[in-house]
Design a protein around this ligand. Structure first.
Ligand SMILES: CC(C)(COP(=O)(O)OP(=O)(O)OC[C@H]1O[C@@H](n2cnc3c(N)ncnc32)[C@H](O)[C@@H]1OP(=O)(O)O)[C@@H](O)C(=O)NCCC(=O)NCCS
Length: 162
C-alpha cells in the first residue's frame, strides 16, 4: 500500500470527485446551520467546483484516491490577488500535513503566475484552519471582509510572497 501523498492539478474528469471530497470535508460545519442554508451552501460550492473554468484545482492522492483538494482562483473585480478557496482534507486523513501541501501548491502557483500575494477567507467557525494560516504567515486583510448575515463576518487574510 503506497501511503506517499502525491500532489498535482486535478483533471477535468476529476471535478466531481473533488466536489465530493469537499462536501465530506465541510460536513462538520452543517451543525449550527439550518438544513436549507446548508443545502444552498453545498449547491453553490458544488457548482463552483464543477463549473469554474478560470480556477485551478490541486488534489492530494493516496493509494490513487483523492483525499484532499483546494481551489485556486485568479484575481477578480473584488480582489486584486489570487485566492485559495475550499481547502478540504477528508476527516480520516487530517493532521498528516496534506493541508500544508495544498497551501504550498497554491503559494507556488501564485509566485509562478507573477503575483506578490495570495489571499483567502475564513470564519470564526474554523479555528483550526485560522490558526494554521496564521502560523504560515497569513495576516488579516480587512479589505476582503464581508458580512453575509448580520453579525457573522467572513474574514479576509493575505500573505505577501517575497
Ligand atoms: C483545515 C484542514 C484543511 C487542515 O488539514 P490538515 O491536512 O489536517 O492540515 P495539516 O496536517 O497540514 O495541519 C493541521 C494543523 O492544525 C493543527 N490542528 C489539528 N487539529 C487542531 C485542533 N483541533 N485545534 C487547533 N489546531 C489543530 C495541527 O497541529 C497542524 O498544525 P501546524 O500548523 O503546526 O502544522 C482540515 O482540517 C479540513 O479540511 N477542515 C474542514 C474544512 C476547512 O475548515 N477548511 C478551511 C476553510 S478556511
Amino acid at each position: 500500500m503506497d501511503q506517499t501523498p502525491q500532489v498535482r492539478e486535478a483533471t477535468a474528469a476529476e471535478r466531481p470527485e473533488v466536489a465530493e471530497v469537499t462536501r465530506l470535508s465541510y460536513a462538520q460545519y452543517a451543525v449550527g446551520s439550518t438544513p436549507e442554508f446548508w443545502a444552498r451552501y453545498e449547491d453553490s460550492t458544488r457548482k463552483k467546483l464543477l463549473e469554474d473554468d478560470d480556477a485551478r484545482r490541486f488534489v492530494v492522492l493516496t493509494d490513487g484516491r483523492i483525499v484532499a483538494s483546494v481551489l485556486w482562483c485568479p484575481p477578480n473585480e473584488q480582489n486584486p490577488y489570487p485566492e485559495m478557496r475550499l481547502l478540504a482534507v477528508l476527516p480520516e486523513h487530517r493532521n498528516r500535513k496534506l493541508g500544508d501541501l495544498l497551501i504550498k501548491a497554491c503559494e507556488t502557483l501564485t509566485r509562478t503566475e507573477g503575483f506578490e500575494a495570495i489571499t483567502l477567507h475564513t470564519t470564526a467557525l474554523m479555528p483550526t484552519a485560522r490558526s494554521m494560516y496564521e502560523r504560515r504567515g497569513y495576516r488579516p486583510f480587512p479589505d476582503l471582509d464581508f458580512e453575509p448575515a448580520p453579525g457573522f463576518v467572513v474574514w479576509g487574510y493575505k500573505k505577501r510572497l517575497a
